[in-house]
Design a protein around this ligand. Sequence first.
Ligand code: PLP
Length: 361
Amino acid sequence: MSRIWNFSAGPAALPEEVLAQARDELLDWHGAGCSVMEMSHRGKEFTSIIEQAEADLRELMGIPEQYAVLFLQGGATQQFAQIPLNLLAGRSADYVVTGSWSKKAFKEAQRVGNVRCAATTEASGFTRLPTAEEIKLDPFAAYLHVCTNETIHGVEIPAQRIADTGVPLVADMSSHILSGPVNVEKFGLIYAGAQKNIGPSGLTLVIIHRDLLGMAPLNIPTVLDYAVMAENGSMLNTPPTFGIYMAGLVFQWLKRQGGLAAIDAVNGEKAQILYAAIDGSNGFYTNPVDPDCRSRMNVPFVLRDAALDADFLAEAKAAGLLALKGHKSVGGMRASIYNAVPLAAVQALVDFMNDFARRKG
Ligand SMILES: *Cc1c(COP(=O)(O)O)cnc(C)c1O
């Protein structure tokens, strides 16, 4: 058995160390006599797992006490509905649309209530961020929604461009959470499906300012009410226990890497060498995104000659480079280089790309 370099957009690569630890602990977790999957979520063993996971996440991200951390289910997609259900409270909310995911979030929110598009870059093919002048904010909005990393279009909002607009900022960070330091206090709510940069699918993380709890109308389903989930420590019902355990192992792995500043530096280097290979290929490969908002996690690129796509993918696979096919809506290739994808994997990809371009260019 050998593991290959995995560039999957999600569910995505996990740190090998974490998988090995989970394997070693699988049949008998710390002398409990059973696996994490087989124990009560209300027992002392699992309580220690979820409490440690939350404490480690708080430490990594610097999450202040006035924020609740919720371990939920339903994916980021459920949050597209759950956010307006909880936070609209009869008002309107603003959405900035910078790619497929924020567009989906906006569309879903339209089903729930009154929301407006404050800016969209769809006309430019989602290859840039809107300028400050293009964003038309409603000062009375219940919240402003952004997607800080568009997984499909490869557009990331750099942390320093997150500005205070006077209304609670809600951010879909599914595909770059934990990729570097973030000032949680700039946000009212942060959410992320786990399967990109946290752990296995089935777990959804929500970090919410406690001021935003308890705003939901009384008629929303109990299981969707953030305040109820917070009061119950994410355990109104059975939480995704194995996913929480795995996320906890990933948080500990991140701490061993030196925390988010350290992983940020590695991510910067990975992205730098990959974009340099694309930009230095004399047009053999291109990435259409404005350099000031290129994603450090998801790198879409096209080959000048799309007729070579199939060869590229087949040869990449033979070279041990997996899951490079681009999303069907944009075509071409995409390399997702999340935290768990090491620099050596990106180096192997770059070497392959250079060689392929030399042979076929
Ligand atoms: C993957 C992804 C989603 C959808 O996540 P699910 O967990 O499948 O619902 C939403 N937003 C972003 C930015 C994503 O990358």
